[in-house]
Design a protein around this ligand. Structure first.
Ligand SMILES: [Fe+2]
Length: 162
């Protein structure tokens, strides 16, 4: 027997991981450890791919009954987070950063942190889904994780085809 995941607990747990990873990237940048920052960004790319996909394909549509048109702005927020992640990945592809590049990467990391903080607020509404809706969310979260497409790959392929 398989136990279904708890979509809200997993959603929030992902946010904690992203929060900690982003803070570690900022610290690594402060220590001029680009290699470490790049490695952590790679982990984030893997973690956030299924998370974003689940949000856009399942959670956001489900939240429309509470948030109406506001949901459209959640997709737009993702557009800008994806752009920021690309900028950050571009900067961290280099072995050494100028002070300006380091500052830009740190700012990009902070944008991601702000997004995590905003996104976690959706959990309070998600708690009101009924058990059928909750089951559907659990299944789709599991499916997105099993597919395991990274954020930037997903953004450039599956997401564009929608
Ligand atoms: Fe999220």
């Amino acid at each position: 027997m398989t136990t279904k995941l708890d979509p809200i607990a997993e959603f929030r747990e992902d946010h904690r991981k992203v929060r900690d990873a982003v803070l570690t990237i900022s610290e690594a940048l402060r220590d001029k450890d680009v290699k470490k920052a790049r490695e952590i960004l790679g982990v984030l790319n893997e973690l956030t791919g299924p998370h974003f996909r689940y949000e856009e394909e399942n959670l956001y549509p489900a939240l429309r009954k509470y948030l109406g048109e506001y949901v459209d702005s959640l997709y737009k927020e993702h557009d800008s987070v994806i752009q920021t992640a690309k900028v950050c990945a571009g900067l961290l592809a280099k072995d050494t950063l100028t002070d300006k590049e380091s500052e830009d990467a740190t700012n990009a990391a902070m944008q991601m942190l702000i997004h995590v903080s905003n996104c976690d607020g959706l959990a309070i509404l998600s708690e009101r889904f009924n058990s059928g809706e909750m089951d559907d969310l659990a299944k789709s979260f599991e499916k997105a994780r099993a597919a395991g497409v990274t954020l930037l790959d997903w953004a450039d392929t599956i997401r564009k085809q929608k």
